[in-house]
Unconditional design. Structure first.
Length: 260
């Protein structure tokens, strides 16, 4: 099958990384694609870089938004493809990724999830993260692999978009919601994207705590489950810090497969 695949990149003051992101999308060896960039009103050189490739981008908008979730939702609304992927302005789509996804396309499947390469540009460390295919209301397995996730436009209509009030865990919340609603998913055992460590997802856990509690309760959990989850995350963060004393990338070796 040859489904139309829409890719959305959201950006804000991303002049250091966005060019490589754009090239990773427009150089895909898959013709039936659509590329959309939603910029939050960058004040650096981001828009000048985007303009270099304007002829190969279907739609570009640059305006203030309410955060990443709002930008995601704006992009999804503009998409005309059967499948939608979200590649942030500091991440990369792997060579041949769209052709792989298209080859796995099946009528009735609503979510496609592949592996993600986690990359620390500073140290050069790279490992493969594998997605958790059935995220529970209390998601002890936090392998989201969002850049390697492709969702049908119909599924967004059916199950809803990203919550604009969430600033950090919008992707985890959406996938939990889709799992609870029994969205039909398919695992693709291929590396589809590169996630650059150090972005919004790497902010301190303390800034995410209120959202995580709200996420558990709004997805059918209770206060006890939210407390257990928060306790787990605090413990997890302490362990990360201790392990990090021996090398910041060491913790990833315990949960992912390192690429030599």
């Amino acid at each position: 099958m040859n489904p139309k695949i829409s890719i959305v990149t959201v950006s804000y003051n991303s002049e250091k990384t966005i060019e490589k992101t754009i090239l990773s999308v427009i150089n895909q060896n898959y013709s039936n694609k659509e590329y959309i960039i939603v910029d939050g009103g960058s004040t650096d050189n981001t828009m000048a870089i985007i303009e270099k490739y304007r002829s190969q981008i279907a739609t570009v908008i640059s305006e203030k938004d309410k955060g990443i979730s709002d930008a995601f939702n704006k992009g999804i609304l503009l998409c005309t493809g059967e499948l939608i992927g979200l590649i942030n302005s500091d991440d990369l789509l792997k060579e041949g990724a769209l052709a792989i996804v298209a080859s796995e396309y099946e009528t009735g499947i609503e979510v496609y999830r592949g592996n993600t390469i986690m990359w620390n540009e500073t140290t050069g460390f790279r490992c493969i993260e594998y997605p958790c295919m059935n995220l529970a209301t209390v998601p002890f397995n936090l392998h989201v692999c969002h850049p390697s996730t492709f969702i049908t436009k119909e599924a967004y209509h059916k199950f809803g978009n990203y919550r604009v009030d969430y600033k950090y865990i919008m992707d985890l919340d959406l996938l939990i919601r889709f799992s609870r609603c029994k969205a039909k998913s398919k695992y693709i055992n291929k590396e589809l994207a590169v996630f650059r460590l150090g972005g919004v997802s790497q902010v301190p856990e303390s800034k995410k705590m209120a959202e995580r509690k709200n996420m558990v309760i709004s997805n059918g959990g209770n206060n006890l489950q939210a407390f257990v989850f928060q306790t787990y995350l605090v413990t997890r963060q302490v362990v990360k810090k201790v392990v990090g004393l021996f090398g910041e990338d060491l913790r990833l070796k315990f949960v992912s497969k390192e690429i030599k």
